[in-house]
Unconditional design. Structure first.
Length: 432
């Protein structure tokens, strides 16, 4: 872990456990508290499961003291679902409360599925993604990607295979390590400015950025509670100029940081719903989190505005040739159309149809990932499995939901997007 790079700080907002929450819905909050403790208990068995927690410390201590077995966690989750079904009422529920009940029940189902997986039950890729993330990604054959690859062949003429030509082309757009601080600082500042024009954030929201190494991911937001995030950027591999806006938006504004801040403010503090003080990584919440974080890039930076900002500010900060910004953007837009190749590689690999080498080769051929990046991605498959669908399928589902309701109006799109960030809507609910 390297030095802290960038900090936006204001006075911290105190959160003193349950006493700091609004007056609760007693019946649902009792169920929700028990859910939180089960998620914390799962963290004793699965180090990746609890992505964030900022509720009462005594609940964490209680989970550690009880030391439930996987079988006990699964049984308690099933019992909670039964209690919820017995107590459910179709009357006197506002829309958000109705979504809350659906959300908590589906989160419990995903918890039970993860328990069974850790207990040795093997699920096919699509069955797993449905059980954990409430969604199934489409499958594609090699031919699906060929048209895009052909167009890239024309954009990147020369000798040698396409991946080598693409790699040589991208070498001109690497952010020099000694300029990363300046470039990311500029990107984050602009992402935050654009977000604050449309989304009200609480006083005291803040984040810290760090460089790290030896990770299977390129960036990560660790939400700390009290409206604070730790954002980590992996420097194992070269960082290209387009990643500045991607990471600043996805991990920060209006992505994960804003998502978690709004949940804490509106659902935990104002409504007193404790289930949102914990984030179970392998759950439907992750598709919403990743989908909004990726779609948030487009919300904050429509294509022409992104190009203008990168050309005028980020290329200059990185010491790159701004006259090539449009050329680079055109190539990256096409490469983005290959994104689902990662899902298909993961599906085949995790279903046992291909081995790691073949999966990396697929990523190099059909996703145009450099061999080192493809190998890193297979390590991500090992660690997070079908989680990969949350990025691209999540973005597509969120985009359809927001675009349908905003009808192409930019300001309305921000309003619908922010409303989704602060709601307990499930992935399956994005199609309603």
């Amino acid at each position: 872990m390297a030095q802290i790079l960038f900090v936006l700080m204001a006075a911290p907002v105190a959160l003193s456990g349950a006493a700091g929450w609004a007056q609760p819905d007693t019946d649902m909050n009792d169920l929700a508290e028990r859910y939180v403790k089960l998620v914390l208990a799962m963290g004793q068995h699965d180090s990746d499961y609890v992505d964030a927690y900022y509720g009462p410390e005594e609940w964490r201590a209680d989970a550690a003291r009880r030391a439930l077995t996987l079988e006990q966690i699964g049984a308690e989750a099933d019992a909670l679902i039964t209690e919820m079904d017995r107590a459910a009422s179709s009357s006197d529920l506002d829309a958000l409360v109705g979504l809350r009940r659906q959300y908590l029940r589906r989160q419990l189902e995903a918890l039970g599925a993860r328990v069974r997986m850790l207990g040795g039950r093997a699920l096919a890729f699509d069955d797993e993604s449905k059980a954990l993330y409430d969604a199934v990604a489409p499958s594609h054959s090699e031919s699906y990607f060929e048209d895009t690859l052909t167009r890239l062949e024309q954009l990147l003429p020369g000798t040698g295979v396409l991946i080598d030509r693409y790699g040589a082309f991208r070498d001109d757009f690497i952010i020099p390590p000694d300029r990363l601080d300046q470039v990311f600082g500029a990107a984050i500042t602009e992402c935050r400015r654009r977000t604050l024009e449309h989304v009200e954030l609480p006083p005291g929201e803040s984040f810290t950025v760090e460089y790290v190494t030896d990770k299977s991911w390129s960036g990560y937001n660790w939400y700390q509670g009290n409206y604070r995030s730790l954002i980590q950027v992996n420097t194992d591999l070269p960082i290209y100029i387009d990643r500045a806006i991607d990471l600043a938006c996805h991990e920060g504004y209006p992505g994960h940081h804003v998502y978690n801040v709004l949940l804490e403010r509106h659902l935990v503090r104002e409504r007193g719903w404790p289930e949102f003080s914990v984030y179970a990584l392998f759950s439907p919440q992750s598709l919403i989190a990743e989908g909004t974080a990726n779609y948030g890039i487009d919300v904050a930076f429509p294509d022409e505005e992104r190009l203008a900002f990168e050309q005028a500010v980020l290329f200059q900060a990185a010491g790159l040739d701004p006259s090539r910004a449009a050329e680079y953007g055109a190539v990256q837009t096409l490469v983005g159309q290959l994104d689902y190749a990662g899902n298909d590689a993961a599906r085949r690999y995790l279903n046992g149809e291909i081995d790691r080498t073949a999966a990396a080769d697929w990523l190099t051929r059909y996703a145009l990932m450099a061999p080192a990046r493809a190998e890193q991605r297979t390590r991500f498959f090992d660690q997070y499995r079908s989680y990969v669908i949350n990025y691209n399928l999540g973005k597509d589902l969120v985009a359809a939901f927001v675009d349908t309701r905003s009808r192409g109006q930019a300001t309305t799109r921000w309003d619908v997007f922010a409303g989704l960030l602060a709601s307990p809507r499930l992935p399956s609910g994005l199609k309603d």
